[in-house]
Design a binder for this molecule. Structure first.
Ligand SMILES: Cc1ncc(COP(=O)(O)O)c(C=O)c1O
Length: 372
């Protein structure tokens, strides 16, 4: 069995479904399922006392180390979060933005980022300026306080002009927050060479872990400069000291409270399946299959939305209603993709675990829908 076939065989959902939806949630490998069951068996049979936490806390650190390696960051600069939205909300709150501050963002951001920006606008009088992703560098000015946008657009699969954004932000000495929900695990990334101050990501999408996992990179010069709106146990220097405790001088002060052992164990197990294949190989294979799908859709006359060398392929379905109907018909035929509400688009997420047969099933499902 070749490496790609052996990777694929670890995801039970792929035995039945052409599962092309990792941009929402990745397929779950059997090892992650087994790790979660083991963790629940342990908690159920042994109880959840000190020994439970002696398993959980070091395992959470192992997860942090894995995420940090993928981002090319130090583990001390990576907080464990409940997902990308959690990281975005944390940064927007932690910066203490108020009236007079201006955030530049893209006009097709996910609610995980727009939610915190709407709250900052409504509750604290922050100005939010939204422009197309590609135009962000030109929209940054001396009135801008923060740039917050996607690394990879969830609506198109386009990649943000990160170098230009960082250069424009540096001219005004303001930080950049990248929403990496569709970046982490999906495309090559290196937060150190990007020069961004904050990068948020999800564990349940391209890393195939449980919902409720994710990461937030905070560059070391911002760790303490940034407020810590909700430090938890691991963020305190001396939890036993009560109110006399300080906050640790690393990104653990930005952690969200611990998740269950079953969640952390499954996240580590899922990560290791991908790691064994190799992230570079994983990303090259996924990007290649996604480009193949985009070409095939264009050949069939579909309007594929301008995209980058990523794992997302979005195309025009005519209307939201048509997109939902096509999504549901495909699902009934065992092909899982999603619609993009408000845009009348369909989106396929292509991972290294997919194969050409999955793409053919999607294409023939679309052909059948067009003829119906
Ligand atoms: C660009 C983008 N940002 C944020 C999110 C939300 O991620 P999470 O569910 O990890 O908070 C998603 C996906 O759902 C996304 O595509």
């Amino acid at each position: 069995m070749d490496a790609a076939h052996s990777l694929r065989s670890q995801f039970p959902v792929l035995e039945r479904n052409a599962y092309l939806n990792a941009g929402t949630c990745g397929p779950v490998p059997e090892t992650a399922h087994a790790a979660a069951l083991d963790a629940w068996a342990y908690a159920t049979n042994e109880g959840r006392s000190g020994a439970f936490y002696e398993r959980l806390v070091p395992l959470a650190e192992e997860l942090r180390t894995r995420y940090a390696r993928l981002l090319n960051a130090a583990a001390d600069d990576v907080a464990l979060t409940a997902g990308t939205s959690d990281g975005c909300a944390h940064i927007v709150a932690a910066l203490g933005l108020r009236e007079g501050d201006e955030v530049v963002t893209a006009d097709d951001e996910h609610p995980g980022l727009t939610g915190p920006l709407i709250a900052a606008r409504q509750q604290r009088g922050v100005t939010v300026k939204a422009v197309p992703l590609a135009q962000i560098p030109d929209a940054i000015s001396d009135t801008t306080t923060l740039v917050a946008c996607s690394h990879v657009s969830w609506h198109s699969g386009a990649v943000a002009p990160v170098a230009e954004i960082v250069a424009a932000a540096a001219r005004f000495d303001i930080p950049v927050l990248l929403d990496g929900a569709q970046g982490v695990g999906a495309i090559p990334l290196d937060v150190a060479s990007f020069g961004v101050q904050f990068y948020t990501g999800s564990g349940q999408k391209w890393l195939c872990g449980p919902v409720g996992t994710g990461m937030l990179y905070v560059s070391s010069e911002w760790t303490e400069r940034l407020g810590s709106p909700a430090p938890s146990y691991g963020g305190l220097t001396d939890p036993a000291a009560g109110l006399a405790s300080g906050l640790v001088a690393n990104a653990r002060r930005h952690d969200t409270p611990l998740r269950d052992l079953s969640i952390v164990a499954a996240a580590v197990a899922a990560f290791d399946v991908l790691d064994a294949f190799g992230f570079q190989a994983l990303q090259e294979r996924a990007a290649g299959l996604a480009a193949q799908l985009a070409d095939a859709l264009r050949e069939r006359g579909a309007t594929v939305i301008d995209r980058g060398p990523t794992t997302l392929v979005a195309w025009d379905a005519g209307s939201d209603e048509a997109a939902i109907a096509a999504r549901d018909r495909l699902q009934a035929a065992g092909v899982t993709i999603r619609d993009l509400p408000g845009a009348g688009r369909l989106r396929a997420s292509v991972g290294a675990w997919n194969d050409e047969d999955d793409l053919d099933r999607l294409l023939s499902g679309l052909d059948a829908a067009a003829q119906a």
